[in-house]
Design a protein around this ligand. Structure first.
Ligand code: NGO
Length: 502
């Protein structure tokens, strides 16, 4: 199928509207299909996750159209949107889909429900931007005809939110998951703990949140997720094929824990709460047995809340930890994580230790350390600070963000190839891409929007689309066309001048 279709981005007329990420292959045709008031969402499968995709699609189309859009399991008729599971079509992979639009309707076919879901996100983008409005709009709801064949380049297409420096609650995180879905991102890494706050309730160590959850950068009130809230959030994301990856940062970045429990410090005196933005000054006391009981309890509870495969143990910037102790600590934590049924993930500093091949290492600034991890068989998630850190300022003097890794324009955040980023690390060593938002300077949803959007769309395309489809001139035009869509979604994105928004 793919071979019959034009490669994405050839610009042949007729054309599909701006799609981000650019699909693997597309063959637009003349004419449109009009989604009408009698349309149904027909799900050709009894699988629960496929039916759920139908319901999520209906839910996203109902507000603006005002149509009933019943989700049914019968034979499709003219005018319907059909979702079909075709387990035998190996060319689609685990997340790929085929989308076909003709005069009779829309069909999305995929091997798995995840592929159906990504196909329905493409369908949203084929509809006018007003489809994203949360109230009735006049339409018409025209979908251009043609065929799209699509599957991702990388399995890991992530965003990270630091809820420790400033807390962002359930509503903000759900909204981020919703926005990630539209751009086919499938991992949400939550940085749950740091010097300035501990944000996930741990039942066996309650003061971590009752005490350590009450601070944040700048001295505000902080906040935390109860386990019930967190579990609901994880389930909400999983319904949208987004795996939540919890990070408990250790042995550094632990002042919030040390201020909650005096017994965790080497001198037995609780640390003072910290609300500044320095890094690298705190450490768990690695010679105390209670530290390992603590780690075991925390990892056990976190693993119990995690249907996903990974527990992220941080490991970054442990400047206050003895290097030899650091190495034995990480190896011991790896055993704890595995004892609770998960795989260990951590920042590139893990490259200093002896790693198991199943470890996932997150590169952020030191190519040599990341390469050392790869040499041991680990795979990388790439978050190069100079490209992928969503907290870097766009331009000097930008009111939000940091600039220790330089400034990152919308164009910088798009023009990079994960397979060429780290010397000696090729495509097969790269699990994917993740764009982190650290929140030292980020306090409100408006701040978050301004730093995350539109740069995250660039990372989404870098992670999904074939390398050959990555080209700034075409992307710039497609991104500009997404402005009205982001506005309809209520996203206050940065109107970077190099994009020439319409
Ligand atoms: C570093 C540091 C974080 C900061 C961030 C700010 C990593 C992995 N550790 O990235 O604690 O918040 O920079 O950009």
């Amino acid at each position: 199928m793919a071979a019959e279709l034009a490669r994405g981005g050839t610009g042949a007329a007729p054309a599909f509207p701006a799609l981000i990420p650019q699909p693997l292959a597309q063959a637009p045709e003349r004419g449109t299909f009009a989604l009408g008031p009698e349309a149904r969402i027909v799900v050709r499968s009894r699988a629960r996750d496929a039916v759920r995709v139908g319901e999520l699609l209906a839910g996203s189309l109902r507000p603006a159209t005002g149509y009933r859009l019943p989700v049914v399991a019968t034979r499709p008729a003219a005018g319907d949107v059909t979702l079909a599971l075709v387990p035998g079509d190996a060319a689609l992979g685990d997340e790929g889909y085929r989308l076909h639009v003709d005069g009779a309707g829309v069909t999305v076919a995929a091997r798995r429900a995840a592929g159906l879901f990504w196909g329905t996100q493409t369908l949203r983008q084929l509809l006018p931007a007003a489809i994203e409005a949360d109230g009735l709009r006049p339409g018409p709801w025209l979908v251009p005809r043609g065929t799209i064949h699509d599957r991702p380049r990388f399995a890991w297409r992530g965003a990270m939110l630091d809820v420790a420096r400033h807390f962002f609650g359930v509503d903000d995180v759900r909204r981020l998951v919703d926005l990630m879905s539209l751009y086919k991102l499938n991992r949400l890494h939550l940085h749950l703990t740091d010097d300035q706050g501990w944000r996930l309730a741990i039942r066996s160590w309650p003061r971590l949140t009752s005490q350590g959850g009450r601070t944040q950068v700048g001295g505000g009130r902080g906040g935390y997720f109860t386990q019930r809230q967190y579990a609901a959030l994880v389930a909400y994301a999983a319904d949208r094929f987004v795996e939540v990856v919890p990070e408990i940062d250790m042995p550094g970045h632990v002042n919030a824990a040390l201020s909650s429990y005096a017994k965790l410090t080497c001198d037995g005196r609780a640390a003072a709460p910290y609300t500044g933005i320095e890094v690298g000054f705190s450490s768990l006391c690695l010679r105390k047995p209670v530290t390992y009981a603590f780690v075991d309890d925390v990892v056990r509870e976190v693993a119990g809340l995690t249907p996903g495969r990974y527990v992220h143990i941080g490991g970054d910037e442990a400047h206050a930890t003895d290097p030899a102790e650091y190495r034995t600590f990480v190896e011991r934590v790896d055993r704890i994580v595995r004892a609770h049924g998960k795989r260990m993930m951590g920042w590139e500093e893990l490259g200093k230790t002896r790693l198991r091949r199943s470890t996932v290492v997150q590169h952020w600034q030191d190519d040599a350390l990341a390469a050392r991890a790869v040499a041991q068989g680990a795979r990388l998630v790439l978050s190069p600070a100079t490209k992928a850190y969503l907290d870097m300022k766009y331009v000097p003097g930008f009111p939000l963000g940091l600039s220790w890794a330089g400034t990152t324009t919308v164009r910088d955040a798009y023009g990079w190839d994960p397979a060429l980023q780290v010397a000696g690390v090729g495509e097969a060593d790269v699990l994917g891409v993740e764009a982190p938002l650290w929140t030292e300077t980020v306090t409100t949803r408006a701040d978050l929007d301004l730093l995350v959007f539109p740069r995250i769309l660039g990372h989404a395309e870098v992670a999904w689309s074939p390398a050959a489809a990555i080209a700034w001139p075409g992307y710039r035009r497609r991104l500009a066309a997404h402005g009205p869509r982001l506005e309809a979604l209520g996203v206050g994105y940065y109107q970077a001048p190099e994009v020439r928004w319409r």
